[in-house]
Design a protein around this ligand. Structure first.
Ligand code: PGA
Length: 261
């Protein structure tokens, strides 16, 4: 796992955008795994800014898969993750809706939605670069504490902590759905490169547990320790709980340029 402590959320966004652009330049038909939430927004805004300025790569052949989706929202709800990712990233990059997929929360098909999503991921050849955030309770995608480290896409119940964290996107905590469809931790481990973004003091304890604590279902993000290619970009506030943060920064500063992230 490569941990890169940075000074600000803007720096996380700029380097995050570099990682995405490198993946797309390296493979024009790259399959991107996209996270929602506040943390990836500086990265997405930077990608959009570069695209609008004409300095970004072509997204003409890129395909996207979202990490998770709420269950129980009316179709087209602005806080659904399909609508959110279209608004925050794929529409501005000119990636059409037919090249963006998410787990389907259609009430008639929930029992098989996970299996069908896994099949779609396999048919696409797997995810090249998966962008991830981390929950204040250590969740990864919507895999809450206690989730199987081998899990695949399925329906899950959100913790009260996560529903409170996400209440800012809805009128109140009561409006946050209780159920979600989420890629499993085993699904996430199948992606070829994982990019975890973490900013703000509210993530410090979860990030420290994920990176330096034991691998445990009690901290789902600790499953990242099992993956051979993980890049963690964090700001100073999120890095504050990392015992070895100075060493991580030294390693990054001493890295030969040809190695990339
Ligand atoms: P956030 O969410 O980026 O909005 O903090 C992260 C997450 O819940 O995984």
């Amino acid at each position: 796992m490569e941990i890169v402590p940075l000074d600000s959320a803007e720096e996380v966004g700029a380097l995050g955008a570099d990682v995405v652009e490198t993946a797309v330049r390296g493979r024009p038909g790259a399959v991107l795994g996209l996270a929602t939430g506040s943390t990836p927004l500086p990265t997405y805004r930077e990608l959009i800014r570069r695209h609008a300025a004409g300095s970004g790569p072509s997204y003409d052949a890129v395909r996207c898969f979202t990490l998770d989706e709420y269950v129980g929202l009316p179709a087209g709800h602005p806080e659904s993750y399909r609508a959110t990712i279209a608004r925050e990233l794929t529409d501005p990059l000119g990636i059409p809706a037919e090249r963006v997929q998410g787990p389907s929360p259609d009430p008639g098909g929930l029992a098989t939605a996970g299996e069908r999503y896994e099949e779609a991921l396999v048919a696409a050849g797997g995810i090249d670069l998966q962008i991830l955030g981390i929950g204040s309770d250590g969740h990864l995608a919507f895999n809450e504490p206690g989730s199987s480290l081998a899990s695949l896409t399925r329906i899950k119940t959100l913790t009260e902590e996560t529903r409170r964290d996400n209440a800012r996107f809805f009128g109140s905590v009561d409006d946050v759905p209780r159920h979600v469809l989420t890629q499993g931790l085993g699904t996430i481990l199948r992606a070829r490169h994982l990019l975890l973004l973490a900013t703000g003091a509210a993530k410090a304890a979860a990030l420290a547990a994920a990176v330096e604590g034991p691998v445990s279902a009690s901290c789902p993000a600790s499953v990242l320790q099992l993956h051979p290619h993980v890049t963690v970009l964090c700001d100073g506030a999120a890095a504050a709980g990392l015992a070895r943060r100075e060493h991580y920064r030294e390693v990054y500063d001493a890295k030969p340029a040809w190695q990339g992230l």
